[in-house]
Design a protein around this ligand. Structure first.
Ligand SMILES: [Fe+2]
Ligand SMILES: [Fe+2]
Length: 347
């Protein structure tokens, strides 16, 4: 049992999680990369754009948004099941925001140590935002009586190494998919205010703009490394990361759909909208994106989901046949046609 979370003021012993929050939820992945290579980033390639983006981050538009005094107390009484769903969402979110903070902080420190103060400060801005997001979610959890000791989380798992190009492609996507997730939830709740069960959701609009800006910052870093988005390598990196991130999103959202249902959102439609919008947004950064026009990608996604469920539940054909079908469908989706984008590139 973890030493990182405690249920405050009830019968649970110290250092114990409520039963519905298992250990895995609190085990974020942390990444390490080619920091020495990153320190050689040639900013001169995109100097003007960098300065504009730096100013935008420096302006700190959300300085006052995450009001420390705002009440985050839940508005509606929820059934024990719904309460568990809400708390589990908060825990997953706080862990992902905090792992973003740690990565940006580490990149910032490495840049500063390598005598790249501008880049160090740039990533410090990103770390600042993620720390705020994590702190805000931590406060919402406290209102639920759950205290998560964030600084102790990184001690739980060794960092995974990713080459710089992988880190930038996956960071870009995680920021932009985060943007689309927050904004779509926000739009839905604006249209259905009776589904707002906590004031936390009122903060999503400016919050998602932070994630949008972070994605733009990472896009700028990618432009400073033109080799990453060129030729066969650029196409394979685009294909691999778009496909992996979308598949993970589909399986996670649709398998853990309870949170979306709590807000009155259809998880399958939500997932579809998020990945279609993220694929479209990625035209601004990636040299290739999937072509969704013929509907094949989304159609295969439903077949993958159905086969995954049948395989996991042991229904239909035998498990090995189901698993083989699942793998073949994934490969078919991975290999679908892509289209070249007009993303701005230098060099
Ligand atoms: Fe964030
Ligand atoms: Fe972010």
């Amino acid at each position: 049992m973890t030493a990182s979370a405690t249920k405050i003021g009830n019968s649970l012993a110290r250092n114990e999680l409520p039963p519905h929050l298992d250990e895995n939820l609190l085990t974020p992945r942390f990444y390490t990369t080619e920091f020495d290579k990153a320190a050689k980033t040639n900013l001169d390639i995109a100097r003007k754009d960098f300065e504009a983006m730096f100013k935008e981050m420096e302006a700190d538009y959300n300085l006052k948004h995450f009001d420390r005094k705002a009440s985050l107390e839940r508005l509606n009484e929820l059934s024990p099941e719904d309460k568990a769903v809400y708390e589990s969402y908060l825990v997953r979110s706080v862990v992902s925001e905090f792992s973003g903070f740690l990565l940006f902080k580490e990149i910032s420190n490495r840049f500063k140590r390598s005598d790249r103060p501008e880049l160090g400060q740039f990533f410090q801005f990103l770390a600042r935002d993620e720390a705020r997001h994590a702190g805000f979610l931590g406060r919402a959890l406290k209102e639920e009586g759950i205290n998560i000791d964030l600084p102790n989380l990184p001690k739980k798992r060794a960092a995974t190494f990713f080459p710089l190009s992988w880190v930038l492609y996956s960071l870009y996507l995680s920021e932009k998919i985060g943007y689309w997730r927050y904004i779509l939830i926000n739009r839905h709740l604006n249209a259905n205010p009776d589904k707002i069960c906590a004031p936390l959701f009122d903060f999503f609009e400016p919050w998602c703009q932070d994630e949008n800006r972070h994605g733009d910052c990472i896009n700028l870093m990618m432009r400073c490394w033109p080799g990453m988005t060129k030729g066969f390598r650029g196409k394979m990196l685009s294909r691999f990361f778009l496909w992996t991130v979308f598949l993970t999103h589909t399986l996670t959202v649709c398998e853990r759909g309870d949170f979306y249902k709590l807000l009155g959102i259809d998880p399958v439609l939500f997932d579809e909208e998020v990945i279609a919008q993220t694929n479209n947004t990625s035209r601004n950064a990636f040299p290739w994106v999937y072509n969704f026009d013929d509907g094949q990608f989304l159609k295969l996604r439903l077949e993958i989901l159905k086969t995954f469920k049948e395989w996991r539940e042991g229904t239909g054909m035998s498990k090995p046949i189901k698993f083989t079908k699942f793998v073949l469908l994934m490969l078919k989706q991975f290999a679908l046609p892509m289209e070249k984008t007009k993303a701005v590139r230098y060099g």
